[in-house]
Design a protein around this ligand. Sequence first.
Ligand code: PMV
Length: 345
Amino acid sequence: MATTNSLTFTHHGDSAGDPGAERGRIGAGRAHGKAILLGEHAVVYGAPALAVPVAQLAATASATRWTGRDEGADKISFAIAGPGTASVTPPDMDSLRHLVTEFKARAPVVERMSVDVLIDCEIPQGRGLGSSAACARAAVLALADVFDRRLDAEAVFDLVQASEKVVHGRASGIDALATGATSPIVFRAGAARELPIAARFDGVLVIADSGVGGSTRDAVELVRRRFERDPAARETFVYRVSGLTRAAVRDLADGRPGDFGARLTENHGLLRDIGISTDQIDGLVEAALAAGALGAKISGGGLGGCLVALAGDHRGAAAVARRLCEAGAVRTWVVPVGRSASHAH
Ligand code: PMV
């Protein structure tokens, strides 16, 4: 869908189009959506997690710099356009403000900043698809481009992560990395590496939007309170999810889609048991399995949002996607992995 809504705020003072200033350079930045395959929530407590980039869901940013005035407060405006941006919430705005402050210190930019940042985000919000991290990443890259600063991967991660902490409260960093990754990743304790997938692994992921938004911040907080009351439940959850995720890494490396799918479904059960699934998502998981999926689970923060299912091939993925839409999913995306991914190019 094309742009539906936009939102603007100003960092200091009024919106850009700085009086007495001239339009200068334009910088560009880009990031994309992501889906977590295994390990969400447990990753906050040190477990490994797997994620795939969703390249078809882009977040792009352009930053226009105004020059000619050296005095006065910084003038920074952000506009975000894309599906669902009418519901951009104060933490999201706070996070972008915070991002600018951190960028200025880290880049560093000592001169007065007068810049308009326009973010076009195709990633639906509140669906566990990484929209906040992708918007922050695209904005950081556009700011670095327009101010001609070279930021290494670690600096970009730190800046995106600083903004994610404002949005999510407690963020593991998986979104900050996965929204810039070019291949599936295994993430643990703030670092990611490429996930090796056997050339013979045949699998096609179907990501489905339940149409219901979920707040990652609320979900992370719900889990935190639950584990505070019951530390043994935390230990069991983290131990079992870690075991599933490690086994899933071996399934991918050895080319066993059936086993990998079974781990997804088992991980769903563990996430449901800690209370972050919903009846609707449980129903969609059942529908995907009934349509022949090798496995299915909720994906991301939960309390709504998306699920991810694994089909054996493209034909199977189409059947799963169709059934999910009949069962109430509002849209689906197909992400081939392994051999299916190389055939898709
Ligand atoms: O942004 P989401 O909804 O995909 O959630 C990220 C995954 C969590 O484990 C729930 C939180 C985190 O920061 O790791």
